[in-house]
Design a protein around this ligand. Sequence first.
Ligand SMILES: Cc1cc2nc3c(=O)[nH]c(=O)nc-3n(C[C@H](O)[C@H](O)[C@H](O)COP(=O)(O)O)c2cc1C
Ligand code: SF4
Length: 401
Amino acid sequence: MEKKVLLAEDQPEFGAGFELALTMTPADVVYMVRDSGIKGRGGAGFPTGIKWNLAGAASSDVKYVVCNADEGEPGTFKDRILLEKYSERLIEGMAIGGYAIGSSHGIIYLRAEYPYLIPAIEEARKNMIGKGLLGKNIRGKGFDFDVEIRTGSGAYICGEETALIESLEGKSGFPRNKPPFPVNSGYLNKPTIVNNVETFCAVPHIILGGPEWYADLGIGECSGTKLFSISGDVEKPGVYELPLGAPLKDLLELAGAKDIQAVQVGGASGRTIPAADTYRSLSFGDLPPGGSVIVFDSTVNMLEVLENFMEFFVHESCGQCVPCREGTLHLRNAVEDLIAGDICNKESLNDYFKLAEVMRITSKCGLGQTAVNCFVDIINNFVDFTDERISGECCCERGDQ
Ligand SMILES: Cc1cc2nc3c(=O)[nH]c(=O)nc-3n(C[C@H](O)[C@H](O)[C@H](O)COP(=O)(O)O)c2cc1C
Ligand code: SF4
């Protein structure tokens, strides 16, 4: 069942959450965010309150608030909707973040393909200035805050927070080693919080409704609501807001999915499950809910889907570390061989599963660690496609190798 908070028709006035936050101490704002139990909506699910607490405690007179609006995960377009309609809410959430950690500088890192959203964001900034909620000495509290927009250049890896920071600094988008984490040493080596658009947009609602109210919106252990962009073989593709922890089948029903063969939850780096598993929950403890849900009906060849996603990872790997740079190529080639009927027995796939495990453990960043998910899931969960393509005839005897 839908539960609209971020997308509700009837919303609190923009700025009201920030006004209320300004009546509290910065530490109390951090505690409210922590007690709400909200986990980052960018995919990794790190608790926002802990991140803000660490950045608030870091000693520096200059800190930064960065909004990750890179939205590069295939199939994800939920942040675009927030940026289009609720930019003021986003800036409000960033201002609350700035107040909470002691930062007066916000940066929105906008996806290269979203330049048409800049006027709406600029307009929202002007509205906030007009209300006296951005600028110097806001509401006489001695707190300054403003935001600027910076655009990416179209690389998926620049959504990874440390690659994003490198990009902001004018360098190539190569992920950094962690630690140090951005909360201690981020943009220009200063303490920085990087949060997703949806995370910032949720914060004013938490301040206004209270942490218990927000936590109770979720199901079971989950806190709050979550936006999902659903596409593929559905009658009503679009962005839906559900309680976090809802069963996947609820979302599929809302979007009018029929004749389901497979569902990919969390984009190319997420999990791909068969129709029989759609009872599972959209939660960080089960199917990690990045933002993208793609439905494939029974006419789709899942090996071709896999080939497409592996090609994406080969293209988007930054090439900095060997397991990901070489591993994505090997897995992509294995899928191509499989489709061509050039893999002679199932046992030879085991080497690729071992490689996938090595990539998961040893890749430097989340891209290489999760690029293996679609390979493992599609080969394991859709065995008919694999069986059909295993030649049974030894390639070595054919003299192919
Ligand atoms: C390859 C890769 C791409 C990512 N792309 C995005 C993105 O487009 N937007 C986003 O918010 N987080 C993205 N992330 C996650 C960020 O690194 C980071 O966890 C997130 O921005 C933190 O915000 P949150 O705590 O509010 O989720 C990506 C991670 C990886 C590894
Ligand atoms: S895992 Fe991939 S994307 Fe990440 S640093 Fe290594 S090569 Fe680059």
